[in-house]
Write a protein that binds this ligand. Structure first.
Ligand SMILES: C[S@@+](CC[C@H](N)C(=O)[O-])C[C@H]1O[C@@H](n2cnc3c(N)ncnc32)[C@H](O)[C@@H]1O
Length: 805
């Protein structure tokens, strides 16, 4: 079932809805015929076995394909095999009249190179020429390969290369065919024709006994499940062993086609007991009962039967179906609602979802890094809400991506790559960022986005190289979603169904699994987000504690209330637990059904294939992809740089606003880019009346220069000023409560100077060196003492700022 989910599906079938959709178009009907039921077998997913009756055509065509067994192949004329009935008979087909077969051949496309090969084979291997598959078989296999979107094919039994060329021609430019045969003589002709057919780069020959070759492949775990298609056409007695070996090499959902399984009817002749017939008879009996596969005997020479699904829902138990529907229902409802109105909306929402996804997850993370802390928590909560919405709509992204893939497989694949690239960017960035931030914090550094973005890019590149096929993943595929998706594909011009379960997809299977998807979401995104929120919360608490200890007169309770008032960490914790519980639920439900993840095929760079390109793209296409990524990164870099500057401005405004709340209106430029200079008119003095609670990291320096940002203050003597570097720490926490004087010497924002007659004299004498009252330190005569009356109307018994609005 797990493998079945790797089919391209997104939505859940709603009874009735599916029927209406399916009835709506002929195409839908055809598709529904093909995928009428979910084609899964029990444990390994489905491996369809096509049993072809293939025989070798001769130049003449006979009416009835049945004949008695021949003696062995003439070794001098061609590769030796067990008894070849076809050598004794004149037909290449079964139960078909000559005119009908002639008609079939007339309506079969056979590339010129294959026709030429057939002639050459007849000339060079007259006795064995008919071992090659027939033109209609070649066409059938080619069609099957295309339908499968196969990229990696293995052939057992090459002879002079007819079938290998038919197969290779159906492969994409970077597809490969592993051609196994033990006969060097016939391989010479095969090689010649591979070159003539222009498929030499795709075909990799393996000379030697096929069983040994397959064993060698099996010794390499990365080869397991790495082939899309296999064709067995060699010694009949070896078929069973090849089948078992290939079952491991072909991916779940792939196809193993076996030639000669009807053996000209001899398998049905109980009296015939020759070795090959017995072997094939036993094989057929075994295959039809083998629950690991779907099985269909296709008498190609007598018309092609549709492959029949043998989905057995009972194999998975009722739970699976129920679960399946539960999982898919919300999305089904959503998409059906959209679909019912207008199908363009489907795409529009999918695009919007991608945009939302991008906005919600990528941008704000950077933005919040530099925004003022005041808005930080609220912003984070908004992000979480957006991201959840985005993930809720997630299947739409897959749908859109798959639809584009369906339109143009190659570029659609690239779009899929891009989409997942973005997703990887999110996941890897978050984790990477957390780790890096931790270590940087240890050493007191921080890296700007200008450095981080390329770093992320490098990290992603490593990830993509390590798992190049991961981008081709489709998410949330379940048996129940298949029919509806097919219906959509059949009804909407934009969509057409293509099977995604090829090695590239399978390699990305670890994130295709809903369970894993959720875990990935939790681990890669929700968890770090929650952790970061909590840490922000703690930092805020620390900040408040610092305010308490340092800022005299600040409304501590108010500050604390503000800090404590945020419920974001709690909300995130709840979300986190919901995520984890869901994941656990998935785990429990799917436990019995999930086979182990398939081995990701090793990426081997073949010198032949290198000429064409790698990983499913030609070099030209890689160039375009790089260009697209380059443009994407340029846009990202520009975007984040803009954000950075914008956020800086926002932050300054924020400081001004917040400071104003506590200390009055700030009407002076306080900050410049890298250094904040605060006046200290008591040059050289140990007391500083113009600020209190000196900012951490500020040092007193001597200068005779005018003070930037304080044009009213003319300084023509050497004075002490405070130079405060805007370190990360200060930038965040220590600036505004300590910046006091912006109205010129002798007054404080929000406070007015008054003499003793105007106000109730302060009873205290000296409060603190670092408090406003310290201005008159040492002067204990109340009558001559200036007092500061601040916005709350109280004399400054200490500093009493106006309450925050
Ligand atoms: C029926 S022919 C293959 C025809 C081929 N598929 C085509 O369509 O042209 C069988 C081929 O299998 C090869 N063969 C037979 N036994 C084999 C073995 N044990 N290992 C490898 N190849 C074998 C023979 O050398 C022969 O070339």
């Amino acid at each position: 079932m797990y493998k079945c989910r790797q089919r391209l599906t997104v939505l859940f079938m709603m009874q009735g809805a599916w029927q209406r959709l399916a009835a709506a178009s002929q195409t839908a009907h055809i598709r529904s015929q093909r995928h009428a039921r979910w084609p899964c077998a029990e444990s390994r997913g489905y491996v369809v076995t096509v049993a072809a009756t293939g025989t070798a055509p001769s130049s003449s065509v006979d009416t009835v394909g049945h004949s008695s067994a021949s003696t062995d192949t003439d070794v001098s004329s061609g590769p030796s095999e067990e008894q070849q009935p076809e050598q004794q008979q004149q037909t290449k087909h079964m139960h078909m009249s000559e005119p009908l077969y002639a008609y079939l051949l007339q309506h079969t496309r056979e590339p010129a190179v294959l026709a030429a090969l057939r002639a050459d084979t007849a000339a060079q291997f007259p006795a064995a020429a008919r071992m090659a598959i027939s033109p209609e078989q070649g066409a059938f296999l080619a069609w099957l390969l295309r339908t499968l979107q196969a990229r990696r094919v293995i052939e057992v039994g090459v002879f002079t290369g007819y079938s290998s060329i038919a197969l290779a021609l159906a492969l994409p430019p970077t597809g490969t065919l592993l051609a196994c045969d033990r006969d060097p003589r016939s391989m010479t002709l095969a090689r010649e024709y591979w070159a003539k057919a222009g498929v030499a780069d795709k075909v990799h020959e393996r000379l030697g006994p096929a069983a040994a070759t397959l064993d060698e492949l099996l010794a390499d775990p990365t080869q397991h499940g790495s082939y899309d298609f296999a064709f067995i056409d060699a010694d009949k007695k070896g078929y069973r062993a090849y089948y078992e070996q290939l079952l491991q090499l072909v991916r779940p959902g792939g196809v193993i086609a076996i030639d000669n399984t009807l053996w000209y009817g001899r398998v049905a002749d109980a009296e015939n007991t020759d070795g090959a017939t017995l072997a094939l008879r036993e094989l057929n009996a075994f295959l039809v009962a083998d629950k690991r596969i779907m099985f269909s005997l296709v008498p190609v020479g007598d018309g092609i039967e549709p492959l029949e699904s043998v989905y057995q829902a009972s194999s998975f138990g009722d739970n699976a179906v129920v679960l399946d529907r539960i999982v898919a229902a919300p999305w089904t409802a959503l998409w059906l609602a959209i679909l019912w109105r207008h199908w363009h909306a489907l795409t529009a929402v999918a695009v919007f979802r991608s945009f939302l996804h991008y906005l919600a997850i990528i941008s704000p993370v950077f933005l919040t890094r530099v925004l003022a802390k005041q808005t930080y928590l609220r912003y984070r909560v908004a992000i979480i809400a957006l991201a959840l919405l985005s993930y809720t709509l997630h299947p739409g992204g897959g749908l859109y991506r798959d639809a584009v893939m369906a339109r143009d497989e190659q570029w659609g694949g690239n779009l899929a790559a891009l989409t997942l690239f973005m997703r990887l960017l999110v996941g890897s960035r978050t984790l990477f960022w957390l780790v890096l931030r931790y270590f940087m914090k240890l050493f007191g550094y921080r890296l700007p986005p200008q450095v981080m973005i390329p770093l992320h890019g490098a990290l992603l590149a490593i990830k993509l190289i390590a798992k190049p096929s991961q981008p081709f993943c489709a998410v949330l595929q379940t048996p129940a979603t298949q029919p509806l998706f097919e219906a959509i594909a059949a009804n909407l011009p934009l969509f057409s169904l293509i099977p995604l379960d090829r090695p590239a997809i399978r390699a990305g299977a670890d994130i295709c699994n809903p369970l894993h998807t959720w875990v990935v979401v939790v681990l890669a995104w929700a968890l770090p987000a929650a952790a970061s929120l909590v840490s922000d919360f703690e930092a805020r608490q620390r900040f408040v504690a610092r305010c308490q200890s340092q800022v005299v007169g600040v409304d501590r309770e108010r500050w604390l209330g503000k800090a404590r008032g945020s419920c974001a960490p709690g909300a995130v914790a709840v979300l986190l637990w919901v995520h984890l519980a869901t994941a656990l639920w998935f785990l429990l439900m799917y436990r019995q059904m999930l086979p182990p993840y398939p081995v990701v095929p090793k990426v081997t760079i073949d010198p032949h294939a290198l000429k064409q390109g790698i990983w499913g793209n030609t070099w030209k296409e890689w160039g375009r992809i790089m260009l697209a990524f380059g443009v994407l990164y340029a846009i990202l870099a520009g975007y984040f740089t803009g954000l950075l500057f914008a956020a800086k401005g926002i932050r300054r405004d924020e400081f001004r606003t917040m400071s104003g709340k506590y200390f009055g209106k700030f009407d002076r430029q306080l900050f410049n880019a890298s250094i904040d200079i605060l006046p200290n008119t008591e040059s050289g003095g140990s007391k500083n009346p113009f600020y209190f609670n000196r900012p951490e990291g500020c040092t007193e320096v001597q200068t005779t220069e005018s003070l930037p940002g304080f044009p009213d203050i003319s300084i023509n003597q050497s004075i002490g000023i405070l130079a405060c570097s805007t370190s990360d720490k200060q930038w965040r926490w220590t600036v505004y409560p300590w910046v006091v004087d912006t109205n010129g010497l002798g007054s404080y924002p929000g406070c007015a100077t008054a003499n003793a007659e105007g106000v109730t004299p302060s009873t205290g004498s000296f409060i603190s060196d670092d408090s406003p009252a310290g201005e008159d330190a040492g002067n204990s005569t109340q009558a001559t003492r200036n007092e500061y009356v601040c916005q709350n109307g109280l004399p400054n018994q200490g500093f009493a700022p106006a309450p925050a609005p």
